[in-house]
Design a protein around this ligand. Sequence first.
Ligand code: DAH
Length: 357
Amino acid sequence: MTSSGTAEAAKEEIELALSAFHSTFVEAFAAAPTEQVLRDEKAKLLGKNGSLTAILKRMGALSADARKSVGERVNALKTEVEAAFDARLREMVAEKRKAELEARPFDLTLPGRNPIGDGHIHPISQVRADVIEIFRGLGFAVFDGPDVEHEANNFTKLGFPPDHPATDMQDSFWTKSRHVLRTHTSNIQVRAMTTVKPPMAFIAPGTVYRRDDDATHSPMFHQLEAFLIDENVSLAHLRGILSEFAERMYGPGTPIRLRPSYFPFVEPGAEVDVGCVFCKQPDGKRKGCSVCKHTGWIEILGCGMIHPVVFEHCGIDPEKYTGFALGMGLDRVAMLRYDIPNIKLLFDNDPRFLAQF
Ligand code: DAH
């Protein structure tokens, strides 16, 4: 065969291959079931090791004229492949969307699967809710405040002398800017008195912090403060509120007693005991038990008449107004109520412990 004959044959062969190529991609694209298969098919056609590249490698055998016309055909084919690919891709997206829209919608009313069992209220949250409920019933409103407090609100304005042990680095968590993680909820007395005019009756439940760590002390624990300020408030009002609280919290007839005590922000100050709920007899007498250390009494809070100095520090006239304040530890109340021996158990979040309540 002459060389022009060879070129002619090569041209025919390439044109045949190109026709075959054309029908291959039309069919392959139409049959591709997924986007990945479609992309794979395209790579097989146009990629470095694809069939078109293989065809192009044979172009050397063509005459210059033939090379030009075959080249044009190849370029047109490439454009056609790209267009067909894009069209099929759009079609797939549309098909998928249509299927989604036509499919049965999710049934949002189906109950979910719960791998850890039902949750419930934490013992401390329960106690806090109960105490809040009682005080709200007695006319007190909740006053909120921050955990990070300026030393003035936590200590100075409450009448703590600068060298009071509670202000010590060893006892409290200090920041570099003379702020402290509040060591009690009594800071809310200051916050309320400096923003609200008397009369006022507030409670302040919250988290408090001290450098304390043993079976009955945690560096973070919970308190609830209550205070009432008006003209002519007396110790008798405080005692009345305390009796009412004890009865609503621990049952009708629960006795209370006040023992003198000292807190810088009250005068006089007292600690309050309630009759032990654990060894109470049907006749109301207490026979003594390990919880009350055989005294028949359990200490539940500190209280007193707000010190005139605190009023002065907060811009309230101590000649005109008097008030009482009290503060209790909610963790202790929860531990007593549920007979929990170690305060840490309340904060470990161990489901085996929590599931018992
Ligand atoms: N802030 C005190 C403490 O953390 C508790 C307390 C005692 C609060 C007497 C009061 C109070 O309001 O009058 O130990």
